[in-house]
Design a binder for this molecule. Structure first.
Ligand SMILES: Cc1ncc(COP(=O)(O)O)c(C=O)c1O
Length: 386
């Protein structure tokens, strides 16, 4: 007799990232679908991790992360964002931002609570809310100018709203919260019982002289929020799965209660390696914006004469391209179109509708430009030839 499992996530299938990457491999297509760098972490960082391993730093780390590592994180938070965090009681190292988001949601959301997310949204939010027994309430970002309809957000917040999840710089749209966005959110939160979960994994990738404003910079939010960061994005080491949560002392105490039974601790050698890399006087984080801005510009310059409409990209390492083209093209939804593009033109992307509940036709595709310059030019040339 075969076992029928009563699924807790009946509507969840294989993620679009796996689907498109498999298709890209099968079709020998250029993969600009998955969001990870094509290059290695800095060589000093690799050396520090190797040294940590060779010098016996191979056993369990303390539950919230090594204190000396959290002290370095607190220094960076203060230098770069002006956030003052107590490393002992306000920072918790976790195995990547995805786990951090899961811990935050499990900590705050109880069955029956509502959690508001802004669509298109990163795909781990909704399943994590469902597993905590919460109900996801969606507000769609305006897809013609990428603005957030704060009046709609306000109208959907009620006594059951436990959490509002935001993401800046945004995946997939590449938008960055302005002070006005934060003020609008803060005003809404002040009049509610909600907390804010701020996904800031692309915090060091903001372009054109723009500035990343963290939730922790917002006076009205800093004591009712959790900020999520990822070392994978910052140091080109997404495979190491390391990140951290920042929150006030009472929130951190609750987060740690949950986290200690989820993973208890994370990779000790990566913690030592990154701590030592952070201690070298360098401008890594500041230079990262310039590094990715050049890649964004290269991609955009090579697409100037194409049929694609280039939408603004203020931050992150994603560029949204809009297709209109022939009648045949415009009849396809973005999922069908990205599959077709992978098969015929040999270039893989992610359809923006994959970040939305309803697979409506958005005509928008996400391309990751965290690639070597040759790959970026090759990709742009393919797209221009269409
Ligand atoms: C918006 C967003 N949040 C979280 C994550 C997950 O980060 P990590 O690899 O550290 O789990 C990603 C990764 O793509 C992301 O784009």
């Amino acid at each position: 007799m075969s076992l029928i499992i009563d699924s807790k996530l009946p509507n969840v299938g294989q993620s679009i990232f796996s689907v498109m990457s498999q298709l890209a491999t099968q079709q020998q297509a250029l993969n600009l679908a998955q969001g990870f760098p094509e290059f290695n972490p800095p060589s000093e960082l690799i050396q520090f991790v190797t040294d940590a391993m060779n010098s016996g730093k191979n056993q369990y780390a303390p539950m919230p992360g090594y204190l000396s590592f959290r002290e370095e994180i607190a220094k960076k938070e203060s230098e770069i964002h002006g956030n003052r965090l107590n490393p002992e009681s306000e920072i918790t190292v976790v195995p990547g931002a995805t786990v951090g988001l899961f811990v935050a949601i499990q900590t705050l959301v109880k069955p029956g609570d509502e959690v508001l997310i802004l669509e298109p949204a990163y795909d781990s939010y909704e399943p994590a809310i469902a597993l905590a027994g919460g109900k996801t309430v969606r507000v769609t970002i305006n897809l013609h100018d990428f603005s957030i309809p704060w009046d709609v957000v306000k109208s959907k917040v009620n006594a059951k709203t436990k959490l509002i999840i935001v993401n800046t710089p945004h995946n997939p749209l590449g938008t960055v919260f302005s002070q006005e966005d934060w003020n609008a959110l803060s005003d809404i939160v002040q009049q509610s019982n909600a907390y804010v979960l701020s996904d800031e994994v692309y915090e060091h990738m903001v372009f054109d002289g723009g500035k990343h404003i963290s939730v922790l910079n917002i006076e009205g939010l800093k004591n009712r929020c959790i900020k999520v960061s990822s070392f994978g994005k910052t140091y080109h080491c997404t495979g190491w799965k390391l990140g951290y949560l920042s929150a006030c002392e009472s929130m951190t105490a609750e987060l740690r209660k949950v986290y200690q039974f989820l993973a208890f601790a994370c990779n000790s050698t990566a913690q030592f390696g990154i701590e030592n890399f952070m201690k070298i006087p360098n401008q890594w984080e500041k230079n990262l914006s310039v590094f990715y801005e050049q890649k964004r510009n290269l991609f955009r310059e090579h697409l100037q004469n194409s049929q694609w409409k280039l939408l603004p990209c203020q931050g992150s390492y994603f560029q949204i391209l809009k297709y209109e083209g022939t009648q045949e093209m415009s009849l396809m939804n973005d999922y069908e179109f990205s599959v077709e593009l992978t098969k015929v033109a040999k270039i893989a992307s992610i359809p923006v509708s994959a970040f939305c509940e309803n697979r409506e036709k958005t005509n928008l595709l996400r391309f990751c430009f965290a690639k070597n310059d040759e790959t970026i030019i090759q990709a742009a040339n393919i797209l221009c030839s269409l």
